[in-house]
Ligand binder design. Sequence first.
Ligand SMILES: CC(=O)N[C@@H](CCCN)C(=O)O
Ligand SMILES: NC(=O)OP(=O)(O)O
Length: 343
Amino acid sequence: MANLKGRDYIETNDLTRDELDLLLDTTTELKEKFHRGEPTQLLPHQTAFLLFFDKSTRTRNAFEAGMTQLGGHAHFLDADVTQISHGETPADTGKILSSMGHGICIRHDLVLNQGNRYMREMAEASDVPIINMQCDVDHPTQTLADLQTLREHFGTDLAGKKIAVSWAFAPSYAKPLSVPQGLITLMTRYGMNVTLAHPPGYNLVGRTLEAAKANASGSGGSFEIVDDMDAAFEDADIVYPKSWGVYDLMLARQNANTKEEIAENQQECLAMNAKYKDWICDERRMKLAKKSAVYMHCLPADRGSEVTDAVIDGPQSIVFPEAENRLHTAKAIMSCSMRERPF
Ligand SMILES: CC(=O)N[C@@H](CCCN)C(=O)O
Ligand SMILES: NC(=O)OP(=O)(O)O
C-alpha cells in the first residue's frame, strides 16, 4: 500500500502511479470533509515553512489556509528577507528549518537550472519533507490540482482524452516553463493524448519532453508537438493555453546578475512574445475543440491576451474549481508526507 510519510514532493515523476493516486484519493476525502464542515486536524501542532523566491496568490493561500485546516501552522518566509539573500546555502537553510518544523515548501521558479537544484540540495540535507511549490522544472502541486479537477469533471478514467497544452500570448511577464512541463509529464502518466503547441523558440526543457514521451508509451497515451494552436485545439477534450518564456532567454537569465540585466532579459522576451499576439484562446478557437471541451488555466491569466473574457468567464471554463482544488491537493500533499497515511 502506498505511503508517502517522510517523502519529498519535488516532481510528479518521482512518484509511482499508486502514490499519485493516494494523493488524489486523499484530496477527494479532504475536500468532501471541508464541504461538510468536518474537522480535518491531521497535523496538530506541526509547522510547515513556506519559502518564496517569487510572488504567489493561490499557492501561498492554499498552503497557509490548508495548514490551518489541518490543525498546524504555515510560516511564510520571503527569501529576500532571510539570510539566503546573503548567500546562506540551501543545505544549511534546510538543516536549520528542519530542526524547527515538520515540512519545508519552496517556490523557486524564475531561472532555469536553479530552483529544482536548490530543492534537491535542501532535500539532501534536511530531515523533513521538501514540497515543491513551483520550480523551473515542474509545478507539481498545480498539476495535481489540474488532474483532480479533470477527474471530477470526466471521471477517474482519463485514458484517451485529448489535452491541448498550448503557448499563448502574454504582454505582462516571461512566465515560467514549469506548468506546461508539469502538464505534459503528468497527463501522459494517465493515458491521455497530449498535444503541445508553441511558436518556434518556446521549446521546453529536453528532459521533460523525454519524460512525456516515455510516460505516454508506458500508459498507452500519446505525446506530440506542433507549431500551430488551431491544430492543437482540433477535437480536444481539454484546452490549457498559457504563456511561458523564450527558452534561450530563460536560460540566459542564469548569467543576469543585476536588476537591470534581468529587466533587459524580460523586455527581450516580451518583444518576442509580441510577434505572436494571434496565439489567443478565443471563441473561434474554442469551436475547434469538442463541444464538451473544458478550458483550464493555472491562473493568473492575462485576460485579452492569453484568453478572451468570453472564454475564461464562459460555460466551458473550469478555472475556478481548478483554483479551489489547489487547497485540497496542498492539504493532501502535506498530510501524506508529514504523517502516516491519513485515511
Ligand atoms: C510564478 C508565476 O509568476 N507564474 C506562474 C503562475 C502560477 C503558476 N500557475 C505561471 O504562470 O507559471
Ligand atoms: N497557479 C499558481 O500557482 O498561482 P500563484 O502564482 O498565485 O500561486
